[in-house]
Unconditional design. Sequence first.
Length: 277
Amino acid sequence: MGQADPVRLTRTQVVELLEANGLAPSRALGQNFVVDPNTVDRVVRLAEVGPGDHVVEIGGGLGALTLALADAGAHVVTVEIDRHVVPVLRQLVEPEGVTVVQGDALDLDWDTVLGGAPRWVLVANLPYNVSTPLVCDLLDHVPAIDRMLVMVQREVGERLAASAGDEAYGIPSVKVAYWAEARVVGRVPPTVFLPQPRVESVLVRIVRRPRPAVASDPDRLFALVRAAFGQRRKMLRRSLADRVTPAAFEAAGIRPDARPEELDITAWGRLTDASAS
């Protein structure tokens, strides 16, 4: 770990590794391998990881990003769901001190995987089809991960980082804002992947708050959020008619004719508390 000549996998090397091992990117698993060393270095730089940091990577693939994280001096655990890819990944990264875990990140015993340290950084090139539920699940249930840098489809990233009033603002935006602060910190073109996706990607930095943004009951809060955004074209007095009284709207200082995308996390907290009293 920490080499004079860092290992970086190029597009040619990734193609050769796939061919030599009879592998191909899995469409079902949403695999798009990063094959550009400059992008890998950029991700590590933006993740701000270094010696002594404990990093968990989801979707190790063939190890391009994994190797760069290890080279930065971090203690790295990489999770890979594809049992066909895992043997090649182990061969490439275990000599660098990386721990490889085979499993589905949506169904892992995270307490066991992250038991080696109290605080972790997540760095990941996430499959487009699972990125939103995975980020939200980790924020809900894995407090040991206190910051993330994730590479996701642009529309997904904009949704995760959106503020009230933004076109992309929705349920995931509120969920992230409850637990963390998020922003898009870079764009990633399709050309750095193998195969090339038909969409642009972005890098999103998510930093967990010391405590949730509001003290409101989270179950009640997100029940309101889901109900409102489930009928986002309707005014809140209609979509929440069976949950929030006119008096509660007044007590919370929320216009009954507002629509859900107008409320930031603080406003959702006020509405939650007023509707519970």
